[in-house]
Ligand binder design. Structure first.
Ligand SMILES: Nc1ncnc2c1ncn2[C@@H]1O[C@H](COP(=O)(O)OP(=O)(O)OP(=O)(O)O)[C@@H](O)[C@H]1O
Length: 289
């Protein structure tokens, strides 16, 4: 497998704020990475740093290029959808398709048209006349039709209804992704992406606090559902989070043998979102102490 993204000690400071604080990241081709973090964690700044869209310190290489010095060459092979994406509002959809066909050598117009056919976006309408969600659909259609080695999606489905979000992620996985490509998705809608991820990174206050291959999730993390008197014994085992559930508690453990937990209740693998909440709550307690 070839290394596509490599960052060491990546940092970005804005006057008072250390937005990204010494992040190390290594991603190979054939990866779909989920970047999860609370508001202001530094996700967008990290993604922009990887693309050379903002200044940063540290070592960074994407497709063997330094994004700070070789930004233009990098962008030939990378597609980025920003959370604040804007499209030219005065153009019709048809004009926009003509425009992107003209400027982007890796744009497959037929692919974009097929994608749009599954939406209500008509080619005759102006971008300014589209709803917020339809504008995002149009943007995704353009991006998904570009043959890029690296696709970076910053909150790609913001404002989209659940039917479209589900279809988008299905299409992303089935029609776009292959083992030559690397996809990074930053999102707050963790449940919707967790099934397509091969890798997950949690970010908080500019730092990565967890970086895991989804395959190792099951072996490293367990969630115990426990009721009654076993609860005290379960809580005595070092854990990273505990929350009430109907009639009992759900307790999340890291690196604890399942055979130790099984006599106490039902053991399963935690969802990415529950693990995220537990990790972030743990960090907050740590900082407050
Ligand atoms: N251009 C800027 N000037 C000053 N501060 C900035 C700038 N861009 C980001 N920041 C600060 O850096 C921190 C990280 O912001 P960033 O947008 O990267 O977070 P995020 O994880 O993407 O958040 P969200 O999930 O809310 O979009 C925040 O404290 C933000 O206020």
């Amino acid at each position: 497998m070839s290394r596509v993204i490599e960052a060491r000690g990546l940092s970005r400071r804005f006057k008072q704020v250390q937005a990204v604080d010494g992040v190390d990241l290594a991603l190979d081709a054939g990866t779909v990475m989920g970047l999860i973090g609370p508001n202001g964690a530094g996700k967008t700044t990290l993604l922009r740093s990887l693309l050379g869209l903002t200044h940063c310190d540290g070592d960074v290489s994407v497709l063997g290029l330094d994004p700070r010095r070789e930004h233009a060459r990098l962008m030939e092979q990378v597609c980025f959808i920003a959370d604040t994406a804007v499209l030219p509002r005065w153009m019709t959809v048809l004009q926009l398709l003509d425009y992107v066909s003209g400027i982007h050598p890796r744009f497959d117009r037929g692919q974009a048209e097929r994608f749009l056919a599954s939406t209500e976006v008509s080619e005759r309408r102006k971008v300014s006349e589209l709803s917020k969600g339809m504008t995002v659909q149009l943007h995704l259609a353009l991006v998904m039709a570009i043959d890029a080695r690296v696709l970076i999606l910053d909150e790609p489905t913001l404002g989209l209804d659940i039917l479209f979000r589900k279809r988008f992620y299905e299409q992303l996985l089935n029609d776009y992704f292959d083992d030559e490509r690397t996809i990074i998705i930053s999102t707050h809608q963790v449940e919707e992406v967790q099934n397509i991820l091969t890798e997950v990174v949690f970010m908080n206050r500019g730092r990565t606090i967890l970086q895991k291959n989804m395959g190792s999730f099951e072996t490293e993390f367990s969630e115990l559902h426990v009721v009654g008197e076993a609860t005290a014994r379960a809580e005595a085992i070092p854990h990273i989070g505990s929350r009430p559930i109907l009639g009992g508690r759900a307790i999340i453990y890291e690196g604890v043998e399942r055979s130790l937990l099984e006599p106490l209740g039902e053991v399963r693998t935690p969802s990415v979102s529950d693990l995220f909440v537990a990790k972030i709550a743990g960090e907050t307690q740590h900082v407050q102490r």
